[in-house]
Design a protein around this ligand. Structure first.
Ligand SMILES: C[S@@+](CC[C@H](N)C(=O)[O-])C[C@H]1O[C@@H](n2cnc3c(N)ncnc32)[C@H](O)[C@@H]1O
Length: 294
């Protein structure tokens, strides 16, 4: 009897995990990822819209959520990170070929030596299925799932020392692939990406956050930084899209500077669990803001 209960609870755990993976099939960890905010966001989405645009895609948490809730006729997904966008494209188009490559990485001993070898290889490879598999492997095994490149554009995040990294998540990958069908994936700077949005399209923007303090470096995704000047340029693009009749939603940190930039638009507060010290070991709840024009 006891044995059967134990089996039931294992099965239950498995089913819960499966359900969570289907509901939220983000297959990469990403700094500033929005998975934890989706419940609060569901109150803030517009009720009706035409096509969906996501300008700073990252892990795609918001796209996966929107696609399941609204089934927009078309989605346009952009990020400046070429490796990320290429990986998304291969998940969309070749998931069944990607899975065995990830299985090989999973079945190797996850140690620093293997990691360093893969990272070295990644930095010399042209885009393709093998590079996408290494991208996912590195994302799951590197320090905090960060993506950071040096001045030569080489990925340089160190080994993360995880005991059981989730290198292969077949359910998530297949679900992500299904949801990505009929989506265009493009490498683009935000201003370029926004050009294609039209009246009644819904545009979600999650730029690298404006730092809460001068020393906080939330913006080290790419060698290009995203500071005051870029935030000012972004608000100009936001105003253009507003005039064009798009429905706009933008996330950012809760700072006086950002509140002043978006004065006149609706500003909502959400609560997020984030690393609150520089090394990322201490976590706490902080306010973040969501700006909408509807
Ligand atoms: C805060 S993250 C987005 C996180 C995402 N919403 C999620 O849930 O995972 C910001 C993203 O913006 C991208 N990015 C940085 N600068 C950019 C730029 N100038 N134009 C377009 N994308 C940019 C980064 O590569 C990063 O993926």
């Amino acid at each position: 009897m006891r044995k059967r209960n134990k089996m039931n609870s294992t099965l239950q755990q498995y089913l819960v995990t499966e359900k969570q993976q289907i509901e939220n099939p983000t297959f990469v960890k990403w700094a500033g990822g929005k998975t934890q905010l989706l419940e609060q966001f569901s109150e803030l989405y517009p009720q009706k819209f035409n096509r969906f645009f996501e300008i700073f895609l990252g892990s795609g948490a918001v796209f996966f959520n929107i696609k399941q809730k609204f089934s927009p006729s078309q989605s346009f997904l952009f990020d400046i990170n070429e490796d990320l966008i290429n990986t998304f494209k291969l998940v969309r188009d070749h998931v069944e070929e990607l899975i065995p490559l990830l299985r090989e990485h999973r079945d190797k001993d996850n140690n620093r030596e293997y990691f360093n070898k893969q990272r070295e290889q990644f930095n010399t490879m042209k885009s393709g299925l093998e590079k996408a598999a290494i991208f996912i492997y590195l994302n799951k095994t590197c320090f905090n799932g960060l993506y950071r490149v040096n001045s030569e554009g080489k990925f340089n995040v160190p080994f993360g020392k995880y005991k059981k990294p989730a290198i292969l998540q077949e359910t998530k990958l297949r679900m992500a692939s299904k949801l990505l069908q009929n989506s265009e994936l493009l490498v683009a700077n935000f201003a370029e990406a926004m050009k294609r949005a039209k009246e009644n399209d819904f545009v979600y923007m999650d730029p690298p956050y404006f730092p809460l303090t001068k020393t906080a470096s939330f913006t080290s995704y790419q060698k290009d930084s995203f500071l005051e000047e870029e935030q000012r340029q972004l608000v100009k693009e936001f105003q253009q899209l507003d005039k064009r009749g798009c429905l706009l939603m933008l996330s950012n940190s809760d700072t006086q500077f950002i509140r002043e930039l978006y004065e006149g638009y609706k500003i909502h507060t959400v609560k997020a669990r984030r690393a609150i010290n520089r090394i990322g070991t201490k976590r706490g709840k902080i306010n973040e803001i969501v700006i909408t024009n509807y």
